[in-house]
Design a protein around this ligand. Structure first.
Ligand code: GLP
Length: 241
C-alpha cells in the first residue's frame, strides 16, 4: 500500500480530488466507486470546484456507491441517495442513469444485491474505488467478522456503527439497523483503491491497518492484499503509527 501523508483534512481532500480528476482526464469512461460519510465531503467539494473551473466532464463517467441503508426513502436526508445528490451529483454534469446506488427500498433486497453486483460486472468492474475507514475497521458497511469473499449483501449494522452514524439522525432509535453494501470481494475486485483517513478518531484503526494482522475481525486489513491501494492520511490520523 502506498501512503501519502498530508497535513490536514483540507490537504487530504485536495489530494484525493486531484487523483480522481487525473483518472477522469486519462480515462473519460472511468467507472468510479464512491463513498459516503464525513470523510469524502470535502473531496466532493474540490471535485465540484474543479468541474466549475476546468470543466472536467462526467458525461461518460459511471459511478457505483458502496452502500445504502435499508428502509430509507431516497428523499430522506439521511439516505445515501440524498447525500450523493446534495454533496456531488447535483453540481456536476453526470447523467443520472450513470449513477448507481443500491436501492434500500427494494422489495426483494437479496435480488437487489445480485443485480447490483451484476451491474458492476457489466461495467467490467470498478476502475477506482474511493473508501473511508470505519473506526472499527469497516469498509463500506462490511462489519468486523465479514468474510473476505462476500459479494454485495445485506448487513445488520453493529451498535458501534449505528452510534458512529447517529450524529446524522435526530435520535438513535431511527438509525437504520440494516444496509446493503458492496462486499469485501466486490471492493477488492476494483482495479485501484483510494482510502481516505483523517482525524485522531481514526488513528487506532489506521495503525491496525498498517501494522496489524490481515484478519476478518478487522475488515480493512484485507486491503494489504491488494496491489494498487493508495492511502491518503493526515497527521492526526497517523499519530498512533
Ligand atoms: C460509514 C459508511 C462508510 C464510511 C464509514 C466512515 O458507516 N458506510 O462507507 O466510510 O462509515 O464514515 P466517516 O467518514 O463519517 O467517518
Amino acid at each position: 500500500m502506498k501512503l501519502i501523508t498530508v497535513k490536514n483534512y483540507t490537504d487530504m481532500s485536495k489530494t484525493a480530488a486531484d487523483i480522481i480528476v487525473e483518472h477522469i482526464h486519462k480515462h473519460p469512461q472511468l467507472v468510479l466507486g464512491l463513498a459516503t460519510g464525513s470523510t469524502p465531503i470535502e473531496t466532493y467539494k474540490c471535485l465540484i470546484e474543479d468541474h466549475k473551473q476546468n470543466q472536467t466532464s462526467y458525461q461518460e463517467v459511471s459511478t457505483f456507491n458502496l452502500d445504502e441503508y435499508i428502509g430509507l426513502d431516497p428523499l430522506n436526508q439521511n439516505s445515501y441517495h440524498y447525500y450523493m445528490k446534495s454533496n456531488f451529483f447535483n453540481y456536476i454534469n453526470i447523467p443520472e442513469q450513470k449513477t448507481h446506488i443500491p436501492n434500500g427500498e427494494a422489495i426483494d433486497v437479496e435480488k437487489e444485491c445480485e443485480d447490483y453486483e451484476q451491474q458492476i460486472a457489466n461495467h467490467d468492474g470498478i476502475d477506482l474505488q474511493l473508501l473511508g475507514l470505519g473506526s472499527n475497521g469497516h469498509i463500506g458497511f462490511n462489519e468486523p467478522g465479514t468474510s473476505f469473499k462476500t459479494a454485495t449483501h445485506v448487513v445488520n449494522l453493529t451498535n458501534d456503527t449505528r452510534q458512529a452514524n447517529a450524529r446524522f439522525f435526530d435520535n438513535m432509535e431511527i438509525v437504520p439497523k440494516k444496509a446493503i453494501t458492496m462486499g469485501i470481494d466486490t471492493i477488492m475486485k476494483s482495479k485501484e483503491i483510494l482510502l481516505l483517513v483523517s482525524g485522531e478518531n481514526k488513528s487506532k484503526a489506521l495503525a491496525r491497518l498498517l501494522h496489524g494482522q490481515i484478519d476478518p475481525t478487522f475488515p480493512a486489513s484485507v486491503l494489504n492484499q491488494h496491489s494498487q491501494v493508495t492511502i491518503i492520511s493526515d497527521y492526526d490520523a497517523l499519530q498512533n503509527t
